[in-house]
Structure formats: C-alpha cells, structure tokens
Write a protein that binds this ligand. Sequence first.
Ligand code: NAD
Length: 354
Amino acid sequence: TFTPAALLVTGGAGFIGSNFINRFLVRNPGCRVVNLDCLTYAGNLKNLTAVENNPAYRFVRGDIGDAACVAALLREERIDAVVNFAAESHVDRSITGPEIFVRTNVLGTQVLLEESRKHWQSGAVADFRFYQISTDEVYGSLGETGFFTEETPLAANSPYSASKAGADLLVRAYHETFGLPTLISRCSNNYGPYHFPEKLIPLLIANIIAQKPLPVYGDGSNVRDWLHVRDHGAAIECVLKQAVPGSVYNIGGNNEWKNIDIVNLVCDLLDGRLGRQPGENRGLITFVKDRPGHDKRYAIDASKLKRELGWSPSYTFEQGIAETIDWYLANQEWVAEVTSGAYRDYYCRQYGEA
Ligand code: NAD
C-alpha cells in the first residue's frame, strides 16, 4: 500500500474535487493537501469552508497548464501524489467551444505529467503517484445491453470525452515510456452536494423550486449510471492507496436510470417537500431538441474494483437522491451565488432564457 504525505489536488474547488478534499482531510489527518485551481465558473471556494482553516490544507490559485507554478509546488510542498480533477467538464459547453477543453484537459494534463516526471525522477520523494480522474464517457456509447469494462476500446463521441480520452492516453504513455507510477479511474455520472447547477440533477432541483421549465433532451430515453459523489471519493482513496501503478479502474454505482425517470423522480420527491400537489412538478417538463452526438447509454462494470480492492458504494440511490435534494433546499444561498453573472449568460445562450 501507498500512504501519501502530501497530495496535490488539482481542480479541488469543483464538484468532485471539493467533496474529495472535504472527505480525505477528515480521514487522513497525517496528510497535507494542496489544492491548485484556477477558479473557472465551475470552481467555488465556498465548497471548501469546512477545511479552509485546517493547517493541513492550502489553496493556490493557478492553472495546471502553468509549468513553472506546478514545478514550484511539487518541489516546495514535497508532493508525493498528484490527483488531477482539473478539467472543463460540461459536454454542452464542449460543443459550443471545444478549444478550452483541449487546452485544459489535454495540454494541461500533459504539463502536469511532465512536471511530475521531472519531480519524481529527481528523487525528491521516496515514492510517487500520478492519478488521473477520468470518465466512462471515453468509452463512447452502448446499445441496450452490455457494460464498459477497463478493456473496452476508447471511442469518445463529444469534444469533452475526446479531450478526456486524449489525457488518458497521455497518462498511459507516461507510464509506458517513462515508468511514471500512474493510475486512472473512469467513473459514471456523479450526483450530490456542490454540483454546479448546469448539470441535470441540480438544474432540475433549481428549476422546480423556481417553477421554471425542465429541459429534457430528445425523448429522455438516454440511460446513465449514477453514483454518489462521496462514494466516488471513497473509491479514489482506495485506488490511490492500494492500486498497482499503471492500472486502470472503472467506478460505477450499478444504478442505471433513463433521464426521464430521474426527472420524474426528482419532480415527485419535490412535490411533497414544496407543498405542491402530487404530479404538479411533472407539468414543468419540456422536451428540447436532442444534443448532437448524444450517447445513448453508459453502463459501467466496476467488478474489478470490488474484486481487487474491496470497494463498494455505501449510498443507495433512494437515500442519496433524497439527501441531495434536502441539501439543495438547505443551501439556496450557495445556489444563488454560483448561478449569478457569467453562469446566467451561458444559460441564456443554451436554453434561451434566464
Ligand atoms: P467541475 O467542472 O465541477 O470542476 C472542475 C474544476 O477544475 C473547477 O474547480 C475549475 O475551476 C477547475 N479547473 C478548470 N480548468 C483548470 C485549469 N486549467 N487549471 C486549474 N484548475 C482548473 O468538474 P467535476 O464534475 O468536479 O469533475 C472533476 C473531474 O472528474 C473532471 O476531470 C471530470 O472529467 C471527471 N468526471 C466527472 C464526472 C461527473 O459526473 N461530474 C464523472 C466522471 C468523471
């Protein structure tokens, strides 16, 4: 097993990274965490108020593509593991503006890899890991049956997933070519607290509260596998500490839902909580033109992770989704803050109204 002493977490102000840091620092009091994030629209330091005064935590505002900044942090903080969450992560944005996806997700990852290689080869730390947080979307789309395994060929269909696949291949290449001790995990859709409200579940919750239309792509029959973000964090910790360098793990909840069924479920759970009539929120559903290249179905076979490292999810979907809805209801101030300004402009372009 590998016990890190100082983690460089990139993109730690985003949805999954902040949930990971909050959880990891509580569970690993002997480990320091440096969070490198350039704070795009998706990064929010309000996600990290629980750890901001923890002496084992440090935030640095910077870009993963800035080699000098990355090199200095690796050296000065004696970093022995990099966990790379930093990315442009929203598929719709990658269709209207793919360039930044290549810059951050591909070139940014390459800079992190190159600086990590130099740092590791300098012998500054006894052991080292470079851990790339990836997505099941790199595998492309499935038909009605079957699952993605770690052996499924990469067949990305959106500029977002293509940029993530490019990064995965660079990580693989740094392991094969230079022997850098790398890890990759590919996870299905996450849900939970601090999820930016452009993504399906928090968008639904926000619009239902505001009684705004609920945009659903196509006929809503696309299928996704959903995992609670804290279960993803637990899986990452497991892989970081136990996996053999060079390995790849799928992470998933074995929890497939059609988009329209998720929409109906969230509508129904909010009827009661908002004192509305049963079925009332479903009236807000509005089908919109399908996303180009919209993958039909994703489903993950996470049996390797269960078998080899003993991980399994702790949340049932029923419990996780109810808790998530209650979290959003209790944290309306957070929602208002992250949905101001730049986000509203984007939302107008995408859906034609604010
Ligand atoms: P997010 O968009 O919420 O957060 C991304 C973070 O990266 C933000 O804080 C942003 O400021 C930061 N960032 C962006 N560009 C940067 C740069 N150049 N330098 C430094 N920081 C930068 O994304 P998320 O949903 O938390 O996803 C995190 C990672 O997990 C991504 O790599 C994503 O591909 C992957 N992933 C996400 C999901 C999901 O369901 N959300 C599923 C599987 C994998």
